[in-house]
Design a protein around this ligand. Sequence first.
Ligand code: IMP
Ligand code: MG
Length: 333
Amino acid sequence: MGCTVIVDGFYGDTGKGKIVSYLSVKDDIAVCARAGVGPNAGHTVVHEGKTYKLRMIPCGFVNPNAHMMIGVGVLVNPEIVLKEIRETGIEKRFGLDPQCAIIEQKHIVLDQTDENLKDVVKTTGTGTGPCNADRVMRIAKMARDIPELKEYIIDVPLIINKALDEGKNVLIEGTQGTYISLYFGQYPYVTSKDVCASAACSDVGVGPTRVTDVVLVLKSYVTRVGGGVLEGEISSEEAKRRNWDEYGTVTGRQRRAAEFNYNLAKRAAMINGATQIALTKLDILYPSCKGEQNYNNLESEAKAFIKKIEEKVGIPVMLIGTGPSVEDIIDRR
Ligand code: IMP
Ligand code: MG
C-alpha cells in the first residue's frame, strides 16, 4: 500500500477515525501521522469493546507496532495530547514535530467570545482559528518551547520519508472535511486552513510524488455542524426519525443532516485526487447490513447505492463501514 492519505469528502465527521484504525491494523503500517487543523477534530474509535474519543492522537494507535506522529501543520493543545498519550498508552511510540504551534488559553477564550467566530462561523471554540492567526503573525509558541513535550519531540518528515524509502507502509490521517476547507468550503463557514489531501501531505512533510493512494471517506448521508449552506437539509425531527441524528464529538451539538450528495462527492474526489472511496455507515441506511463483512451478503438496494456512487464519482468503493466497531467493515481491495 505504500503511502496512503485519508481525507473526508464532505463536511467532516464521515467516520475517518474508524477507517484509519482499520487500515492501521489490517495493512501492517509502520507510521500513522496526524495531519489537519488541531483539537477541533473529534475521532471516535471503537476497538475491542472500548470507545476512545480522540482529538489529537492518530487513530492508528490500535496497531501496537506502529509509530504515532503529529505533523508540523497541526496545532497542539499540550494538555489534550498528554491526556490522550496516557489514555492510549503510546508513550514509547509517539512523537510530534518541534514546530507544531501551541494553542494557549487566550486562543480558546477568543475563539469562544469573538462574535464572528462564535455566532456566524460557529466554530468548535477550541482555539484553533486564533492560534493559526498567531502562527501567521509569527508570534505563536512552538512545541519545542514546552518542557512537558520535550521527550516527544522528533523529526517527523525524516522518520516518515525513511519508512517509505524502506518500503514500509505509512498512513497520513487527514481531519475535518473538504467542504470546511478554508479554500474549498463556503467561506466564511470554514475552518482555519486547507484540509484536503495536498495540505495533509504538507502537514506531515511528505511530497506529492510519494503518495500511493488517496482514500476519500464519504458517509452514506451528509452532516455538517456550524453555519453555511447544506443542500437538501432535512429537519432535525426527520433526522431523528431516520436515525441520522448525530451529536458532535467535541461540541455535543446536533449535526444538521441531508441525503448523500453525488455532486459534492465527485468534486471532492477531483480536489483530493482520490483513488478510492471508503463509504461509512451503510448500516444506518440499510439496517440489514449491520456488522456485515461480505459484500455478496448485502441487500440489493445497498449494492445499487454503492454502484451508483461508483458510476457518478468515477472511482471504486473499496471499503464499506457496516457498524461502529473497527471490525464492522467490508474490504473489497
Ligand atoms: P473551527 O475549525 O473550530 O474554527 O470551526 C470552523 C467550522 O468548522 C465550524 O463550522 C466547525 O463546526 C467546523 N469543524 C471544525 N472541525 C470540525 C470537525 O472535525 N468535524 C466537523 N466540523 C468541524
Ligand atoms: Mg469528528
